[in-house]
Design a protein around this ligand. Structure first.
Ligand code: SF4
Length: 598
């Protein structure tokens, strides 16, 4: 079976045993790899109802069959586990170089189970795998941890994945970081790593990923690269301005959530746009492994420099907090990376705290730092530092916006779905995006089905963002295609230019198994359904497929989307129908049989 390495590395931290097992070829084809195969295995091996931070939870760090090949953007790996933030399935993925290095070392996946007695890190150098003491690393930030491990490995080409202090403190918004600035950011996966007393996994491999038909692959990649280059988003917008190119576009549509989603237009958007970032702070572009798009930024503000900020981060810390000071946003982003916190959840939690403060729920005397007022640039930097360090009121913020707002008796002021903070698109003016947020298996999220692509950018075709027509079916297709793209190990951004057939062709040439466009979408459907089943077994119901009350009841007060709310009541039953789920959102026997899941 080509493209897969064929070996899974399993590390039991309680018993300190390291075993290697063969990948199941039938399951690999059925679930593709990465997000799919790891979710299947997690669901088989743990009870979905367990506490996410208990030793019974497991972590699957998985690559896809295309990770580490010469396909464009093939640098990705996924962290699949039960999420402490939401209690749902979590799958956070990241680019960079760590994933390909793991495959080069000879493993498709690392499974962590149990809990180490004391802090440890894991060293993987080809066949040599060791659990090592990490007492000297515990408490260190991400950059320091990376520097120390690179020195210890005495190999500058080793790749470091680690958690920061936020993960050690079990913050439910802690990220897993790799190569300093790349983040498997969402759902608190960093806290699960911390709960196992694992600080880092450093990896170095000397092999190459073998694919089935190199000649065929060369031809297919020529075509795919051409499409990526010619596409306005992947060939021009993203390379030139990074993901922050979206700031002005989303703002012009009146769906740029501002001041904790109280408004849909940010008057100072220009000051925090991708264009402003490029003109004033960009040091260089920072692409992931084999990426021709190179959306990654590397910026400097005063004494802080590093990767990002990307669009979601920039929005969470600027418009959502009412801040137009781009320098402060860059610093807050840097602190998130170094403490290992999810930038979206962190920025949104500060935005929520600002609303709580301005409405009198959070009292002045509770704060041991700057006033939590919308527009306060100093506040976003200092409160991010305190969140990361778990210091004073910052420790409360590090629990995420839902737990924060709930502690004041107003959970509805947290702009979350299933307790995970929503990203940078107000669904009241983008109806398909609304149903996608509500039904996302990992809670509030845009990268489970990026309906912004057709509804705002017009790719692959322009849909009326305010119309409900066809949106449930489009949502399903985008969710399914995304699930397979994640499972392959490619970056979702390729989907601006490529379609299901392109992924099928790459999979066929790489694995030697026959893939069609239909099979690609069906595999995504299968993955989406096993995730859904996991959530149902974890206790989630139809009542959880919803949006914050504000987005359902309070019309956007200003701008081009003025007067709109998300019409979820109308969209949700239709969505369940196109999914083949019953009226309660439970996959039917017939659907599961069709997908080979029953
Ligand atoms: S498009 Fe951006 S995130 Fe995706 S692989 Fe390339 S640099 Fe990384």
């Amino acid at each position: 079976m080509k493209a897969y390495v064929g070996t899974i590395l399993r590390i039991n931290l309680t018993t300190k045993t390291i075993t290697k097992e063969a990948i199941d070829p039938e399951m690999a084809q059925k679930f593709v790899g990465g997000r799919g195969l790891a979710t299947y295995m997690l669901a088989q091996e743990i009870d979905p109802a367990i506490d996410a931070l208990s030793p019974e939870n497991k972590i699957f760090i998985a690559t896809g069959p295309l990770t580490g090949t010469n396909a464009p953007t093939s640098g990705r790996y996924m962290v699949v586990t039960k999420a402490p933030l939401t209690g749902t399935i979590a799958c956070s993925n990241s680019g960079g170089y760590w994933g390909p290095e793991l495959k080069n070392a000879g493993y498709d996946m690392v499974v962590l189970e149990g809990k180490a007695e004391n802090p440890v890190y894991i060293s993987i150098v080809d066949n040599e795998v060791e659990i090592r003491d990490a007492a000297h690393l515990w408490g260190k930030k991400v950059n320091d941890t990376t520097d120390t491990l690179l020195e210890e490995m005495a190999d500058p080409k080793a790749r470091v994945l680690c958690i920061g202090p936020a993960g050690e403190q079990l913050s439910p918004i802690a990220a897993v970081m790799n190569e300093r600035f790349r983040a498997a950011g969402r759902s608190g996966v960093g806290a699960v790593v911390g709960s196992k007393n694992v600080k880092a996994i450093v990896v170095r491999g000397s092999k190459k990923v073998e694919i089935a038909d190199s000649e065929k692959m060369r031809d297919i990649l020529k075509g795919a690269m051409g499409k990526i280059r010619e596409n306005g988003v992947t060939g021009q917008g993203l390379p030139k301005y990074g993901t922050a190119i979206l700031v002005n576009i989303i703002n012009e549509n009146g769906v740029y959530p501002t001041r904790n989603f109280q408004q849909g237009v940010f008057d100072e958007a220009e000051a925090v746009s991708g264009e402003a970032l490029e003109a004033n702070y960009l040091v260089k572009r920072d692409p992931c492994y084999r990426c021709p798009i190179a959306c990654g930024r590397y910026c400097k503000a005063d004494d802080m420099e590093g990767g990002g900020p990307e669009y979601e981060t920039l929005w969470a810390y600027s418009a959502d907090c009412g801040v137009s000071d781009l320098k402060a946003v860059i610093k807050a982003n840097h602190l998130c990376n170094d403490y290992g916190i999810d930038t979206v959840s962190a920025g949104c939690t500060i935005a929520c705290a600002m609303e709580l403060y301005e409405k009198g729920y959070i009292k002045e005397e509770e704060l041991d730092g700057p006033a939590l007022k919308f527009g306060n640039g100093e506040a976003i930097v200092e409160w991010t530092r305190k969140m990361g360090a778990g210091e004073g009121f910052g420790a409360k913020l590090a629990q995420g916006s839902y737990r924060l707002a709930d502690s004041y008796g107003v959970p509805e002021l947290s702009m979350t779905v299933k307790k995970q903070e929503l990203p940078a698109y107000d669904p009241r003016g983008i109806q398909g995006q609304g149903v996608q947020y509500a039904t996302s298996n990992r809670g509030g999220c845009h990268v489970r089905g990026y309906l912004i692509s057709p509804e705002i950018l017009g790719l692959p075709e322009k849909l009326d963002r305010l119309s409900l027509e066809g949106k449930p079916l489009w949502t399903k297709i985008f969710q399914d295609l995304t699930a397979t793209i994640d499972a392959t190990g490619l970056c979702l951004f390729t989907s601006f230019a490529l379609g299901a057939q392109d992924y099928a062709d790459m999979l066929t040439a790489a694995t030697g198994q026959e893939w069609t466009a239909e099979a690609v979408l069906e595999a995504g459907d299968r993955i989406y359904n096993i995730e859904r089943l996991f959530n149902i077994q974890a206790g989630f119901t139809k009542a959880d497929d919803t949006l914050p009350k504000r987005l359902l009841e309070d019309p956007i007060p200003d701008g081009p989307s003025k007067g709109w709310v998300t019409k979820l009541d109308e969209l949700l039953p239709l969505y369940y129908e196109v999914r083949g789920w019953d009226a309660e959102g439970v996959p039917t026997e017939k659907k599961l049989k069709e997908l080979g899941l029953a």
